[in-house]
Structures are given as C-alpha cells and as structure tokens.
Design a protein around this ligand. Structure first.
Ligand code: NCD
Length: 350
C-alpha cells in the first residue's frame, strides 16, 4: 500500500510487506523513544487527537509519538466538549479540524464513524478504535510485540523465530474486542499460524473476523475451557470484557470473572516461557481480574513492553503517512537532560 497521505482505518489495507516496512521504521524509532536522541523532523506539524471514548494509552502514546517527532498535539476528549454536542455532523467537524491540523487520530464509539469522518477530512485520519469494529494501531503494536518477544525468546535458545508458525491463544471477549478483531486479520497475512479462540459462549469471535485465517489455511480452534485453550501456545493474549458494548452492566456481569489467568493457572497449564500479553486496561476490580496481578513479577508478562512498543509503532505510522521516515536521523540531536529511560534505575535516596 501507499502509506504517504493515506488514512489508516482498517488492517485490511495492509499486505505483509507493508507490515515489514512499518516495523523496520519502528525499530529505527527506538533511540528516540528511549531518549537516546531527539528529533525535530515534525516541527510545525499539528496532530488533532479526537477521543470520544475513554482512553489512556492510545491517546497519550499517539500524542507522545507525535511530540517525540517534534510535532504539537491538540486534544479533544469528549463529545460534550466539542461542537458534535451541538448537533454538528462528523462531516463538518472533519472539514473544520482538517483545516487546523496535519493529521488526525480519532476514537469513536460507533462502528464506521472514523471512516465517515475520514471521508470528509482533507488530512490523513488514523482510526484509534471505532466501536467494536477495529483498532489497527493496537493490532500493529501487538504484532510488533509478538515479533520481538518471540525473537528474543528464540535468541535465548540460540535459534531464530518469527510470526510464521506462531501458536497464539486469544482469551476473553472476542466478540466485542476490536483489538482482537484487527489482530486476527493481521495474523492471516503470515504463514502456518495456529490460533486458539478461548471465549465463553456468547462472546465468540465473529465469523467475518476469522474467515481470512480459515481461507488461508491457518489452524483455528475454539475452546470454552480456559485451562484447555491456553496449552501449547507461544503467546497467551488475554482481553477484558468490553462492558461498554453490552446493553447493560448486568449483561456484562454475566461474563466478568469467568476466565481468570493467574500465576497458578499459568504455571500449571502453559508451556514454560509462554509470553503473556493484554491490550490493557486489565480490569482489576474484584469481580473481573482476567489477568491477575500475581503475575506482575513473571518475566514472561510482556504487557508493559507492549505499551512501550506502542510509542515506536505509532511514531512509525506518523513517519510513513507524513513521509519523513528517511529524514528522522538528519534532524537528530543529543538528549541533554537526565533520563531514567536509558540508564539503569537509580535507588531512590532516603
Ligand atoms: C483496547 C480498546 O480500547 O479497544 N484498549 C486499548 O486501546 N489499549 C482494549 C480494551 O479497552 O479492552
């Protein structure tokens, strides 16, 4: 695909070689994200972050990614703080906002709303999640994390490994989880992937999401028992019950807490060194806890490496869409402040 000037609305846009190109650029962004260098390549550019649903990591990491490339960020975080609350159409908001900014990231509760907005925008729009539909940047950072984690694990054993041949279990709300939907579609682009879909009855992955995997001859198996579904995989990807997509809290309550991965279950049923991922937020309330905090010290818990990877992958998306991937290093400067990110943590003085 042509990244330059394109909207990023669905992972359906990508071929495998596009992913490879994007991940190469993401690798190049690591020194900037780790504060070893700074760049001002996007100086003067403005990102409009429009988040009409709750978000911490997607909103802040897109913003940080843009700042790390030298650009400025404007944020609107609630419908009621925007003219949409006065009845303005997505079309008109898009025409206005795209006059002010160079690129827009939007999250919206309605499936397809980001695409509708993009059709009226004069600048590229990146989908930060549209209802239960898709979350392309999350799937890209998840896949980047899979690649890194599997590669590092193989290197420790003196071998190489990538996404081809991957065995992955996806656990939880696979019906409404948009991050899962985008990830499953991306996995179909690789070879010989084995997917375990582990969900309670009623929250299965939609057929249109698994169809590309089946069509390309990958192995897709469904499970209703957690203990069975998480065996014999390289990656265990756990998700939250997407309560905001249910008609009522009581409906969501029926599913909460059904599948809980904790250290004991992990140790008993997963292969040693199975990598644990989650798009986050994990629901830490007593009735949920799909990924228990007793796993926090487990070195295979990759969830915070995953969030860190979100920054470099989002930097890469901006770099590709705004066509500055080749120029980043020309604008590089040394970092002048003390930064814990590139030095071992210092003990806190008493
Ligand atoms: C995901 C989302 O919003 O779809 N969160 C995220 O962006 N990291 C998953 C979720 O909310 O459960």
């Amino acid at each position: 695909m042509e990244f330059v000037g394109s909207h990023i609305l669905s992972v359906d846009q990508f071929e495998r070689e596009d992913i490879d190109r994007l991940f190469t650029v993401a690798d190049d962004m690591v020194p900037y994200a780790r504060r070893r260098r700074i760049t001002r390549v996007l100086q003067g550019a403005i990102l409009s972050n429009m988040f009409f649903e709750p978000s911490t990591r997607t909103r802040v990491s897109f913003g940080c990614a843009f700042n790390l490339l030298g650009g400025d960020v404007r944020e609107t975080t609630e419908v009621k703080a925007s003219a949409l609350a006065k009845g303005e159409s997505l079309h008109d908001t898009a025409r206005v906002l795209s006059g002010y900014s160079d690129i827009i990231v939007m999250r919206h509760p309605v499936e397809g709303a980001v695409a509708e907005f993009a059709s009226a925008s004069r600048v590229p729009v990146i989908n930060g999640g549209d209802g239960a539909n898709e979350h392309p940047s999350q799937a890209l950072l998840d896949l980047y994390t899979v690649r890194r984690e599997i590669g590092a694990r193989a290197a420790r054993q003196g071998v190489t490994a990538g996404i081809d041949g991957l065995r992955i279990a996806l656990v939880g709300d696979l019906k409404f989880g948009r991050a899962v939907h985008s990830l499953l579609k991306l996995l179909a682009l690789f070879d010989d992937v084995s997917v375990h879909l582990v969900s309670p009855p009623g929250l299965e992955a939609p057929d249109d999401v698994t169809a590309p995997l089946r069509a390309r001859g990958h192995t897709v198996a469904t499970y209703q028992e957690l203990e069975e579904g998480i065996q014999h995989v390289d990656i265990l990807y756990v998700t939250r019950t997407q309560e905001e997509r249910f008609a009522s809290g009581a409906d969501a309550d029926r599913y909460r807490g059904l599948f809980r991965v904790n250290e004991e279950i992990y140790t008993e049923h997963c292969e040693p060194n199975t990598v644990i991922m989650h798009p986050l937020p994990r629901d830490s309330r007593a009735q949920a806890q799909e990924l228990d905090e007793d796993l926090n010290a487990n070195p295979n818990l990759a969830i915070f490496r995953q969030t860190d990877n979100g920054v470099v992958v989002r930097m890469a998306l901006f770099a590709m869409v705004l066509d500055i991937a080749e120029q980043v290093h020309d604008h590089a400067l040394p970092v002048t402040w003390y930064t814990a990110k590139r030095t071992p943590p210092r003990p806190i003085p008493r």
